[in-house]
Design a protein around this ligand. Sequence first.
Ligand SMILES: Nc1ncnc2c1ncn2[C@@H]1O[C@H](COP(=O)(O)OP(=O)(O)OP(=O)(O)O)[C@@H](O)[C@H]1O
Length: 344
Amino acid sequence: MTLSVRLAHRFQGFALDVAFEAPPGLTVLFGPSGSGKTTVVNAVAGLLRPRAGRVAVGDWLLDDSAARRHLPPHRRRLGYVFQEGRLFPHLSVRQNLLYGRWFAPRRAAGPDMARVVEMLGIGPLLARRPGALSGGERSRVAIGRALLAAPRLILADEPLAALDEARKTEILPYFERLRDEGGVPILYVSHALPEVARLATTVVTLQAGRVTAVGPPGRVLGDAPSLLSARIEAHEGDGLTRLSTPGGAVFAPRLAAPPGTPVRLRVAAGDVILSRDRPRDISALGILQARIAAIDPDDGPDAQVVLAIGPDRVTARIPRRALAGMGLEPGQPVHAILRTVTPA
Ligand SMILES: Nc1ncnc2c1ncn2[C@@H]1O[C@H](COP(=O)(O)OP(=O)(O)OP(=O)(O)O)[C@@H](O)[C@H]1O
């Protein structure tokens, strides 16, 4: 089912005028602070009645200003996943999940509880209260509660923003499963590029209340740099700093911080070369072990290849001709050669 959104609205000093389609899968609304992401989500949720517009999931019409139709939020059949989960503290995990199902229409063919519990790995948590869960576990329960409401659309507004890096890494695979197995379109707000590169099947970029691009992440984000997590290991005698990353060591021009400091490296898609064999005698400052996570063939001369380097995702732009010659496919191991290494 496809979500189609057309909205015009005005606050003092801010005008929203957007139209986009979110096909099945996970659609990320991506844009800087104040660009209108939350306003779009609030309008889709029914919390904001737009001056003009139309919002529909398939042929289920949520808003149509021309027909004066505006379904109230509780009749929209949406599942919400917020920051920190917003679970009921006085109810057990099981009761929180059942509360989600309580909202499902009686005859709705929603997922059953056992399947959701299994998918999210929350079986051992069912008897606990939210206060006794980690942030990542709370997020998983919140996803389960949203799913059990048998929604036609899931709205997730920066659901990982309150989590630290380790918890984000823990929860991302569950969003991937939700995207791949849930069968419900997901509208997901984020301004974290690594999250977008990893989760999105469609990206809608917003700027000052307008849509600037819609499409698959590789195409829309283009050469936007990926971020790679690293840690300073040592400052070497030749003026370079050695850093460790989940894919191996890299060298950068000397950094000011002491050994042990975590840093993020910026990797431009055009600065990555791929090789099946580990290259020797090469002047690059970083050769990393990676796995191919996805390939977006694009229709130009280049393809976008998403690399998994430990928990990080790094996009490489590779000539399609080279890709075909190398016979690369998702899942394969590969060496990523970085032309330059720059701290973010
Ligand atoms: N109820 C409101 N009344 C007046 N102005 C509002 C209201 N809600 C949002 N705005 C304004 O609309 C603009 C877009 O806000 P919105 O929250 O949609 O942005 P956002 O992209 O979600 O930002 P962030 O990433 O910071 O959450 C901002 O300039 C904001 O101040």
